[in-house]
Design a protein around this ligand. Structure first.
Ligand code: JHZ
Length: 394
């Protein structure tokens, strides 16, 4: 069997962060979004990586603190890290708008954030932030200036970095002898189970399983010693690494349980991915059917949460402004712009207007938070459309 096999093609896709300032832009960039499975490491990745500067630049729109759920989650995690590891120094790779680091004492926390607009925010908050990509060279510079770290944390970032070998080498380079590296990224198993093919887009070079992470770190000095399942971002894993000779922390039984469970669910088997691809095709057909039916009935349909994830769905299913009048989003950097590829206007969230019949849940991962907030919309007969785990009106 070949080591590298393509199992899914999600069509022509734009840069998800390219929220357009013009309705009909010229020369919008598109690429073919294809997914591959590596038989040797069981890693799932994009077949072709997009140059990082095209995605992560001073126009980066996503703000990690845009949802109450995430603000709370980072606060709780910061406290947990303080209680468990009592770090004197902490480094965050992909510090975004400081939603996590702000909970630590400013003298000892360092951020790394290649999007200058975000790094500017945290530097203003007096959190020393390097507006650079995470590389071995940068890790050397940081080590020279700040020494090694007790805790290195990275949420929704390692899956975005193309060269995993260098990424882990750079982490090892600045991790203290007894240091802990904590990674948090969407779970491949959950994505397969929820048919959330929208976890695949330009930025997500990889969607990790514990199995793949375990395999790719075998040759490093790091090993996984704990795994926590999280509800965030539709289902994520928080993975704890330690140095192999650090006996302070025992390898939790959780690690073994996750590996066994992933095997049981076929994470190491190409057949699983081929079945997933078939389910994605059915999901697409069902979703298009819903939108076409609502259009025929002249219903007013909007989008709720212009997520990067939803860009994959909209472009793959060719759901454009003929089906969705506009998106509502709380992120101020997105409002007044248009969705990449599908050119749907994005408006500032100010409640769902009374004339709206249906809202497509672009931010389905925040369903609980949104349903709580939009009680009135549902009470007056308004309904949401979701594609996860199967397209339906709820
Ligand atoms: P959200 C981004 O993906 C990009 P996205 C990135 N690549 C990644 O990995 C994840 O984040 C972590 C809005 N919203 O977080 C706010 C409302 O309008 O799911 C956001 O624009 N009203 C780094 O974009 C969007 O939805 C609300 O009530 O897929 C949510 O984006 C709520 C709760 C959210 O990530």
């Amino acid at each position: 069997m070949k080591n590298k096999v393509q199992f899914l093609a999600l069509g022509k896709q734009p840069i998800t962060n390219n929220f357009l300032t013009k309705k009909n832009p010229k020369n919008e960039f598109f690429y073919n979004l294809n997914l591959i499975f590596y038989n040797s490491t069981k890693l799932v990745s994009l077949s072709k990586f997009i140059p990082p500067k095209k995605m992560f630049n001073k126009k980066y729109a996503h703000r990690a603190s845009a949802s109450i759920t995430m603000r709370k989650a980072y606060k709780i995690l910061a406290q947990k890290i303080k209680n468990k590891f009592n770090p004197k120094s902490i480094l965050e790779i992909g510090s975004n708008d400081g939603v996590f680091l702000k909970h630590f004492s400013k003298a000892n926390n360092i951020g790394v954030e290649p999007c200058k607009n975000l790094a500017d925010i945290t530097n203003k908050m007096k959190i020393k932030t390097y507006d650079k990509f995470w590389t071995l060279k940068l890790s050397n510079k940081i080590k020279r200036k700040h020494g090694k770290f007790d805790v290195i944390y990275s949420a929704n970032t390692i899956s975005h970095i193309h060269n995993l070998k260098e990424t882990f080498e750079a982490i090892e380079n600045v991790l203290g002898h007894k240091g802990i590296f904590i990674l948090e990224d969407p779970s491949l198993l959950k994505s397969l189970q929820k048919i959330s093919y929208d976890q695949f887009y330009d930025e997500h070079a990889y969607v990790f399983s514990i199995t793949a992470l375990n395999n790719i770190t075998k040759k490093t000095d790091l090993e996984i010693f704990n795994v926590e399942e999280l509800k965030t971002h539709g289902g994520s894993n928080r993975v704890y690494f330690k140095r192999k000779n650090n006996n302070k922390f025992k390898i939790s039984i959780n690690v073994h349980k996750h590996l066994i469970n992933e095997k049981k669910n076929g994470i190491d088997n190409l057949k699983t991915y081929k079945t997933f691809a078939k389910k994605v095709k059915i999901s697409k057909e069902k979703l298009i059917k819903i939108f076409k039916k609502l259009k025929k009935q002249n219903k007013i349909v909007i989008g709720y949460g212009a997520t990067y994830k939803s860009s994959t769905v909209l472009n793959f299913c060719k759901i454009n402004k003929n089906f969705i009048s506009y998106f509502l989003d709380t992120t101020h950097t997105k409002s007044g712009k248009f969705t990449p590829g599908t050119h749907i206007p994005i408006k500032k969230y100010n409640g769902i207007p009374d004339n709206v019949d249906y809202a497509f849940l672009g931010a389905w991962n925040f369903k609980d938070e949104i349903f709580k907030k939009e009680k009135m919309f549902r009470k007056r007969g308004g309904r949401f459309i979701t594609h996860v785990p199967s397209p339906k009106i709820i």
